[in-house]
Design a protein around this ligand. Structure first.
Ligand SMILES: [Zn+2]
Length: 344
């Protein structure tokens, strides 16, 4: 095979292969195979030396012309493939501006939070200020200042979750009542506050009990406060929350920090007082405890119990929300199921 024949063979094979190249990577391989320093064309050029002096100039020119031609075809192909790759990139990254946006999911306040806001509004109209207190408390505020000394049997009935008892007794507050003492220590009468917030008890869960729940504490202290004021305030609360049809009930009860003490119940709105699982078939739902502030509690914070009297009450916020919205089981309030929560 003559030099010219070999040159022609390389050229036609190179051109056929170049047409088959589909991407820039394939083009690189092609360049190495034909034009590279170890490529076929370079190998052929090295054979020029074996030709005769007459043959050499013409063969050299021909070989060079092929190299120039193939290089030009290579560059052209590279431009085409690069443009195609850029187009492909644009297609893959395309943004369809005509697509509608994803709707924002709007949250709503949790039914318990809604209840607390509503209660705060109702009590604000009766002159009560809303305050908040710590959920981790000392035994002094959670018990001692509420007339529950450490040797008192009542202290055992709170099913307390204790954080630390080595140095000072630190507990998760079992009620919002510790704020009674905290507020009174920092205020002179008259006092009118409500304290909404979480409380914790080591308690078995069922349809109406949770180990974490919300209470709303109320406290009023002044010179002429009597049990009648307490009844009036709670009656007004029931009227505002559930309308004139709901009845309320006071029964004697015992809490160490009030004297006398009552429990406060409203007739069950779920069964209309006929009896159901939530009201334990009694027709009544206990809202919480109340009573006249015990003189020892007033004296404990430095108030003159001869001059001042007061009432206090603690309401279960979840129970109020359950009656309000007809929720039969307290546990669904804290399962964080959006299908449930979105209904409010
Ligand atoms: Zn009922």
């Amino acid at each position: 095979m003559t030099f010219q024949d070999q040159l022609n063979a390389i050229k036609s094979s190179a051109e056929v292969e170049l047409n088959k190249v589909a991407d820039l990577q394939g083009l690189e391989t092609w360049e190495r195979q034909y034009l590279g320093s170890k490529g076929e064309l370079t190998a052929l050029l090295k054979q020029l030396g074996s030709l005769t002096a007459e043959e050499r100039p013409a063969a050299g020119r021909a070989a060079n012309a092929v190299k120039v031609e193939l290089t030009a075809e290579f560059e052209e192909r590279r431009t085409t493939l690069a443009a195609a790759a850029a187009d492909q990139h644009l297609v893959e990254d395309a943004v369809d501006v005509t697509l509608p946006g994803r709707p924002q999911i709007e949250g709503v306040a949790h039914p318990v939070s809604q209840m607390i806001r509503e209660l705060s509004d109702i009590f604000a109209l009766m002159g009560f200020q809303t305050v908040f207190g710590p959920e981790v408390e000392t035994g002094r505020y959670n018990f001692d200042l509420l007339n529950i000394p450490s040797d008192h049997p009542a202290r055992d009935v709170w099913d307390t979750m204790i954080i630390d008892s080595d140095h000072e007794e630190i507990v998760l507050r079992t009620h919002t009542s510790p704020m009674q003492a905290r507020v009174m220590e920092q205020t002179n009468p008259p006092v009118r506050v409500i304290v909404p917030g979480r409380a914790y008890r080591y308690e078995a869960q069922d349809a109406s009990h949770e180990w974490m729940f919300h209470q709303l504490e109320g406290l009023a202290v002044d010179e002429t406060i009597t049990l009648t004021d307490l009844k009036g305030v709670l009656q007004e609360l029931a009227r505002q929350l559930f309308g004139p049809r709901r009845r309320i009930r006071f029964r004697c009860d015992y809490f160490p920090f009030v004297e006398p003490g009552v429990d406060f119940a409203v007739d069950c709105a779920i069964c209309d007082g006929k009896g159901c699982r939530v009201c334990k078939y009694s027709g009544w739902l206990e809202m919480g405890g109340a009573g006249m502030v015990h003189p020892s509690v007033l004296e404990g914070v430095g108030y003159d119990s001869e001059r001042y009297t007061g009432f206090a009450f603690g309401l279960g916020v979840e129970r109020l929300a359950m009656i309000r919205y007809g929720i039969p089981d307290i546990r669904v309030l804290f399962e964080n199921d959006p299908r449930f929560l979105a209904q409010f």
